[in-house]
Design a protein around this ligand. Structure first.
Ligand SMILES: Nc1nc2c(ncn2[C@@H]2O[C@H](COP(=O)(O)OP(=O)(O)OP(=O)(O)O)[C@@H](O)[C@H]2O)c(=O)[nH]1
Length: 295
């Protein structure tokens, strides 16, 4: 039997549920999930085997109107993922969908000339009578060749979606070994899990102004890992908030991130967190390059 392999770009407004879908598809956490919008900054791939098909899923930063430079870079990065993909999937939060708000990205997607599918997510929050007309309207607006209705959270409809994706991949050799789940390194995962905790444990603009980098990742003789990460914050005042009274918040960020890391890496982890302020970090092109988002 011939093998198939291809790239699927996952697109969608912030908070549509792309990371949740990616993690469900892969079967483990490869992308951080928070209730707040715009948490995805890296293009993370998840690799899913479906019979003879290898599906390489690319999670993209949220598509939204560019305001600051980092935002523009994130939007550009999302469209770049589409250009390199065999299939583009537009994920829409069916519960909060506003067709007017979607007109522009749907048109832009249709104009790429790539094969594109619509995935209506969060159907667990919606009655069927509301869902079907929405699917019909968006399906026509975006010229989608297929429309799927899923609940990424409840894993409803995910298997049929993956079966269809597998069958839609072009014939070709697999690009990754069959047991690879992602191309995200453990270094990147460590930084992302710390960033996830910043999103979960601080409020308002603080998480959006913070970036996290893994400085060292050492394998120790006893099988554990020694990891040092730095949290860069946009303002000195944010540093105080992230540290918390007597360092209590950064301790809590560190211990939750470490627990997650130990669970996912299946090894003991010693995690050290430094907090530094670097005003205007998100305007620096060097930092954008470090995030893989220059342009
Ligand atoms: N009820 C419900 N909630 C969902 C579903 N899928 C995702 N969510 C929730 O929606 C929120 C956003 O999910 P994410 O997966 O982080 O969304 P995202 O599209 O990756 O967001 P960005 O990182 O902002 O691009 C989280 O609180 C999820 O738990 C779903 O099928 N049903």
């Amino acid at each position: 039997m011939r093998t198939r392999c291809g790239y699927v770009a996952l697109l969608g407004r912030p908070n549509a549920g792309k990371s949740t879908l990616l993690n469900q598809a892969v079967g483990t956490k490869v992308s951080i999930v928070t209730p707040k919008a715009q948490t995805t900054r890296f293009r993370v791939t998840g690799i899913v085997m479906r019979g003879q098909s290898q599906i390489i899923l690319v999670d993209t930063p949220g598509l939204f109107a560019p305001r600051r430079r980092l935002d523009r870079a994130m939007v550009a990065s999302a469209w770049e993922s589409v250009a390199g993909a065999d299939l583009a999937c537009m994920l829409v939060d069916a519960f909060r969908a506003n067709p007017d708000d979607l007109a522009e990205p749907l048109e832009a997607l249709a104009n790429t000339g790539r094969r594109h599918w619509l995935i209506l997510n969060k159907i667990d929050l919606l009655l069927r009578e509301k869902l079907l007309p929405l699917a019909d309207m968006l399906g026509r607006m975006g010229g989608f060749s297929e429309v799927f209705m899923v609940s990424a959270l409840k894993r409803d409809g995910i298997d049929s979606l993956l079966d269809a994706m597998g069958a839609a991949m072009p014939e070709g050799p697999h690009l990754y070994p069959p047991d690879d789940l992602t191309d995200q390194t453990d270094r990147m995962l460590a930084a992302e899990l710390v960033r996830e905790q910043i999103f979960l444990q601080t409020r308002e603009e603080i998480p959006y102004g913070a970036s996290v980098e893994t400085e060292t990742f050492k394998d120790l003789k006893d099988g554990s890992a020694r990891i040092e990460v730095t949290i860069y914050v946009a303002r000195a005042a944010h540093k105080m908030i992230i540290l918390g009274e007597g360092g209590s918040r950064v301790k809590s960020i560190g211990s939750r991130a470490r627990n997650e890391l130990e669970r996912l890496l299946e090894r003991r982890v010693h995690l050290f967190i430094h907090v530094k302020d670097r005003p205007g970090w998100d305007e620096e092109s060097a930092r954008l390059r470090a995030l893989g988002l220059d342009g």
